[in-house]
Design a protein around this ligand. Structure first.
Ligand SMILES: *Cc1c(COP(=O)(O)O)cnc(C)c1O
Length: 384
């Protein structure tokens, strides 16, 4: 199903998922198989020989998410981090990466604990100022890696400006689009080369699996990433591929509700006397509200805020919510709350956390798709 002809909701349901030609099943069959019979040695059915390399259910998912991102090739992985690792695996010892400062803790750990010892160098910069990226690029820089909105501070980075700065220097731009999803933001349209996802979050959307995805337009890049996918083998199981496909069918519906609820929660918190400050790109008070408005079609389901007081006040609040469950992760239908400094961002060095503003009183909400009145009452009671 062509990308140009159909709109998002139609692609979400149909892209990569033509009815099964053999029996007419409306859903993509779950090809629970490791291997495929060959007609004669080396003569495969279509291009299937072994499921680490190719699987029809996985391919359907790859086509589906590629279409949603407006890209040509999708590559599915067993987790968001294994997808991101496959990007770093395209580089070699001595190459240099420019990384955004407020990056997912696991991405930082992956570079700092693993790729660094294989000779990859990296510099962390605040990319809300694109000039900083330009200044950080060296002769051996091969990749700029960023997230927007960032996690957990929800800063917005200008993908188009960064892509312009890097294109002059032949440097690839990879964007982790987990927070926004392709429904709200399509980085390839702004000039990025690679889009990465933790499908664990909004794309699968029901907190029941771990998965990752990369989407690219360039065939050579796709080949390199496919090699990392099958040579290293961090591929998802087919049941998880099927569940993710089932979920992307409702991505547009869920995201509309996530955004609406998050906006209501952000407005409520902004007025509350026990709240110091709310971080939500949809608020006019957000320093990059106008950039968010340009780059995204809505502002997403994540809201962060600073509670007044100390760690003890944050802890008390975190222990008292009833609908918001205290857990890492995000993007599911159910609302979650967490403490970045102790939980998701514990692997970021303390001085760097403090410099960024990931303090003891920072709280991150993943606003689900429940009724917003109930969510607001829950927060109100926990704050009292
Ligand atoms: C969760 C997350 C990841 C890592 O994905 P996993 O599926 O947990 O491996 C990467 N980036 C962002 C922004 C995330 O939220």
């Amino acid at each position: 199903m062509g990308n140009d002809k159909y709109k998002f909701g139609t692609l979400a349901i149909h892209a990569g998922q033509a009815p099964d030609p053999k029996y007419g099943a409306i859903n993509v069959p779950i090809y629970q198989t490791s291997t495929y019979v060959q007609k004669s040695p080396g003569q495969f059915f279509e291009n299937y020989d072994y499921s680490r390399v190719n699987n029809p259910t996985r391919e359907a998912l790859e086509k589906n998410i590629a279409a949603l991102e407006g890209g040509r090739r999708g590559l599915a992985f067993s987790s968001g981090l294994s997808a991101i690792a496959a990007i770093f695996q395209q580089l070699k010892a001595g190459d240099h990466i420019v990384l955004c400062d407020d990056v997912y803790g696991g991405t930082y750990r992956l570079l700092n604990m693993f790729f660094k010892k294989f000779g990859l160098e990296f510099t962390v910069v605040d990319m809300t100022e694109p000039e900083n990226v330009k200044k950080a690029i060296r002769d051996n820089t091969k990749l700029v890696f960023l997230e927007t909105p960032t996690n957990p501070l929800l800063k917005i980075i200008d993908i188009r400006r960064i892509s312009e700065v890097t294109r002059e220097r032949g440097v690839l731009v990879a964007v982790d689009n987990t927070f926004a999803t392709p429904y709200l933001q399509r980085p390839l349209e702004f000039g990025a080369d690679i889009v990465a996802h933790s499908t664990t979050k909004y794309l699968a959307g029901h907190s029941d699996l771990v998965g990752g995805m990369l989407v690219v337009n360039d065939d050579k890049l796709a080949e390199g990433l496919h090699l990392a996918q099958y040579a290293i083998g961090a591929v998802p199981g087919v049941m998880d591929c099927y569940l993710t496909l089932r979920s992307t069918k409702t991505l547009h519906l869920r995201m509309d509700r996530h955004c609406r609820n998050a906006e209501a929660v952000a407005n409520f918190l902004a007025e509350h006397p026990k709240v110091e400050k709310v971080l939500y790109p949809g608020l006019e008070s957000h320093p990059q509200h106008s950039l968010a408005k340009e780059q995204m079609s809505n502002y997403g389901g994540m809201v962060s805020f600073y509670i007044k007081g100390t760690l003890a006040d944050a802890r008390r609040f975190l222990e008292r919510t009833r609908i918001f469950s205290l857990a890492e992760s995000l993007g599911g239908v159910e609302s979650l709350v967490e403490h970045p400094a102790i939980m998701t961002h514990a692997s970021v060095p303390e001085d760097q956390r403090n410099a960024l503003g990931i303090s003891d009183t920072l709280i991150r909400l993943s606003v689900g798709v429940e009724d917003s009145e109930d969510l607001i009452s829950d927060l109100k009671e926990a704050l009292e």
